[in-house]
Design a protein around this ligand. Structure first.
Ligand code: SF4
Length: 639
């Protein structure tokens, strides 16, 4: 057996040794491990050296699931370090896979194909491969290149260098070889495979990756990185929804095809229109004063049957007919080299999913913006349940508290919970909290003095001269505060605002300017700047939390509270406090990224107090002068 310590490629710190020992205990007990490890702990290298050691000992494979490309790059870098560390060179092989959207040289440059789902792109790719083999026009030249490539040379290089998916593409595309197919084939022998979440949690994609890896779930050791998003991601994945956008396109689509009958006496467009009318009627009636509302399970079907004046059996036949028609349209589009997408098909599929959901794990919701209905899945284990069949699973994130909620939500029975301390000097960060301000709904709406105090605090943030990220709980509150003119003294390019509609590229350009020129950046918790970005050194000096990000009261939220109450008797704690805590800590996590970073966290909401015990220091203050003076004294001490 290759011991984990002989695989660890660096001089381990005592906290890392402790973590490796904790992993070993959990592996011996055969229970999942849930880890909160702040930046700097070395989670990736600890996880990889431990799981590789276990895989070598038990003849298993490691599937390392990531959310972002930068995490995947980090996984490949650490796997390379472990491989080069000696003793196990031949055995440690690793492969990173990304969807065709990112790795296929043809799809990457075709804007029509870019938005395809994994299933759609797999069909496009399958056709291009077939045409290539038949030497017909439209065939993929890179597939031919892949078939003819010198496997010995390419796989030797992949085995020795442990390249990232980007490096594989950089080398193989100029050689005329498909990087996706090459990685897929190499996966069959790789000890470690790193892949996006969808490769495990989407049933269809999981089947494909297991086939490529030539193994089954019990052969896998699964690492889930950035796990804090998993419960919500899994719920969303398992929640079928339908809005008027798809319905309208489906109607146009079937009319273009001559609008045939999908069941005796029911034309395709009549079925689609009835679905649209049922959805808008429901939203109008149920969501008069709120964004969402609980819907009796049978309400949608009852309306649909009444609009169509038909029976359930005939409706089922009509849905099956629409599905077949949609499938045919998909095939026709595919034959023309287009994305095999049919809105009629999506609509029929939704109808089947809506009718199949079980009462026990789902609630039905009507939504007003956009007008739609959703079968909301309360139980994330419907997507994540297979993790319990893996040889071992490790779930980790920089901010995963409360760990009990994560373990219980995912049904990780007997799971060991572990919080690693931050390795950075605690005195590098000071945490302040304004005693006299809040964005709590009742006070924000009804207390003008409270709002004015917030305005003054925000104004003060703009005058400290420190590079500052201000996180609001929502875009609505961000815009409201912006309109007060609180930031009018922060001029021109010094003020940056995350706009919900801003394209990713434009936002990244703003971020690049903020990195270079500094200033104040207004953003929202749970938004695009609150996770996965690094702003080291004095690029970021202050993070302000302008209101606690409690979930908006809604029917969805209420049912989640009831669900957690029923399951664990901890409804409020798990459905309200846990997401608030994680979102806040994620945002604050942007501040200290290296041991030399120093900075100030400022809560502009006295409800931040409930998190006080999570920090080494906690100081409360009143008034904008106190804020400015404490920020400058913190930086003045050192300067
Ligand atoms: Fe793209 Fe590769 Fe498929 Fe060709 S074989 S279409 S390059 S993914």
């Amino acid at each position: 057996m290759t011991g984990v310590r002989t695989l660890f490629p660096y001089e381990p710190r005592p906290d890392q040794l402790e973590l490796l020992d904790a992993f070993a205990i959990s592996q011996e007990k055969k229970v999942p491990f849930v880890l909160e490890g702040p930046t700097g702990v070395g989670k990736t290298v600890c996880a990889l050296s431990s799981t590789i050691s276990l895989a070598l000992a038990m003849d298993k494979r490691v599937l390392y699931l990531t959310r972002t490309n930068s995490q995947q790059t980090q996984v490949m870098r650490e796997a390379r370090a472990i491989k080069e560390f000696g003793g196990t060179e031949k055995k440690v092989t690793a492969c990173g896979i990304q969807g065709r959207q990112r790795s296929c040289p043809l799809i990457k440059v075709d804007t029509d194909l870019q938005g395809g789902t994994p299933e759609e792109l797999s069909k496009v790719c399958g056709r291009k491969k077939r045409l290539a083999l038949e030497n017909k026009p439209g065939g993929c030249p890179y597939y031919k290149g892949f078939r003819d490539m010198d496997r010995g040379e390419v796989f030797r290089w992949m085995s020795e260098k442990v390249p990232t998916p980007e490096a594989v593409a950089e080398r193989l595309i100029p050689m005329g070889v498909c990087p996706y197919e090459a990685s897929k084939e190499f996966m069959s022998e790789a000890l470690v495979v790193s892949a996006p979440y969808v490769y495990f949690f989407n049933i269809g994609v999981r089947r494909a990756i297991l086939e490529s890896m030539r193994c089954s779930i019990p052969d896998l050791i699964v690492v889930v990185d950035e796990a804090h998003n998993l419960p919500e991601y899994a719920r969303d994945l398992m929640s079928p929804k339908m809005g008027l956008f798809t319905v309208e396109r489906a109607i146009a689509e079937v009319k273009k095809k001559g609008d045939p009958e999908v069941a005796p006496g029911i034309k395709a467009s009549e079925l689609c229109e009835a679905i649209g009318s049922a959805i808008s009627g429901i939203a109008e009636e149920y969501c008069q004063e709120q964004d969402d509302a609980l819907l009796p399970a049978v309400e949608f079907s009852v309306r649909l049957l009444s609009y169509l004046g038909t029976t359930s059996n005939k409706l089922e036949t009509a849905v099956r007919g629409l599905l077949a028609m949609g499938e045919q349209m998909r095939q026709e589009r595919l034959n023309r080299g287009k994305l095999p997408r049919s809105f009629a098909h999506s609509l029929a599929l939704f109808m089947e999913e809506w009718n199949a959901v079980s009462e026990e794990n789902y609630v039905h919701l009507a939504l007003s913006s956009p007008v739609s209905i959703e079968a909301y899945c309360l139980d994330p284990t419907r997507a994540t349940g297979e993790l319990s069949n893996a040889a071992w699973s490790l779930h980790m994130s920089g901010t995963l508290r409360p760990l009990e909620e994560y373990r219980d939500s995912l049904g990780l029975e007997g799971g060991m919970l572990h919080i690693s301390p931050s390795p950075f000097p605690p005195e590098n960060r000071v945490v302040l909290c304004a005693e006299d301000v809040t964005t709590r709904y009742e006070e924000w709406r009804g207390n003008e003095e409270n709002r004015q105090r917030m305005e003054r605090y925000l104004e003060a943030l703009g005058t400290t001269g420190k590079n500052t990220l201000v996180f609001f709980p929502s875009f609505a509150l961000l815009n409201e505060c912006l309109e007060t003119g609180a930031f009018q003294d922060v001029h021109g390019p010094m003020l940056f605002v995350e706009d919900r509609k801003k394209e990713q590229r434009a936002l990244m350009e703003d971020l690049a300017r903020f990195r270079k020129e500094g200033g104040v950046f207004l953003s929202v918790m749970g938004g695009r700047l609150s996770e996965g970005i690094d702003l080291p050194g004095d690029v970021l000096e202050v993070v302000a939390i302008a209101g606690m990000p409690y979930p908006k009261p809604s029917a969805r939220q209420q049912t989640l509270i009831r669900h957690y109450d029923r399951m664990f008797d901890r409804g409020w704690e798990y459905a309200v406090n846990a997401p608030m805590e994680r979102k806040t800590l994620q945002a604050i996590g942007r501040l200290i990224r290296t041991e030399n970073d120093r900075g100030v966290v400022i809560f502009l909401d006295h409800r931040g107090r409930r998190l006080a015990n999570l920090f080494h220091t906690w100081e409360e203050f009143t008034g904008s002068d106190a804020l400015i003076s404490r920020v400058s004294s913190f930086f003045g001490e050192k300067d």
